[in-house]
Design a protein around this ligand. Sequence first.
Ligand SMILES: [Zn+2]
Length: 166
Amino acid sequence: MLQNSTDPADGRFDTEPDMATKCIVKCSSCQTPAIDDTLFATLLRIADDPTAKCKCGGTRTISLAFDFGLGATDKVSDIEAVFHPRPLESWQDKDGSKVTFFPFLVVLKRTGRHSAIWMPYWHIVESEDGKKKQKYGQWAPYMDASLFESMLQQARQAGFLTDTGS
Ligand SMILES: [Zn+2]
């Protein structure tokens, strides 16, 4: 979790500017809900503690506002659930820094429509002096959950992704 100092997501990061997706936090009972530093921190917190309440004890609703082009609608959606791989995948870069691939599966609730999924990812780069940087991967896919399920179902029918490691 966030308190664990061995967690690659722990601590403060240099954040990439120009993130096109904005996070909107609302609370059922106060006007000033606590807001995480970054979108990454927000998603990680929801993934690791889905029932986390606002500091005041109220229920938080976290929405994402997307900057879609090409006339696509549903620019604001509430986050329903967030998942990341457990364990995460890490490797050593040429300069000795440790790189951790940090993808998220975000399930989004939409009014009057089926859920959507959004899959952003980051690379957490930890240099040998312990400094961490989060690098945001661009072009995260966003699609109807039914489209995602269709692909997953086809892959499973073809014998892939039927259990861990395949
Ligand atoms: Zn509150």
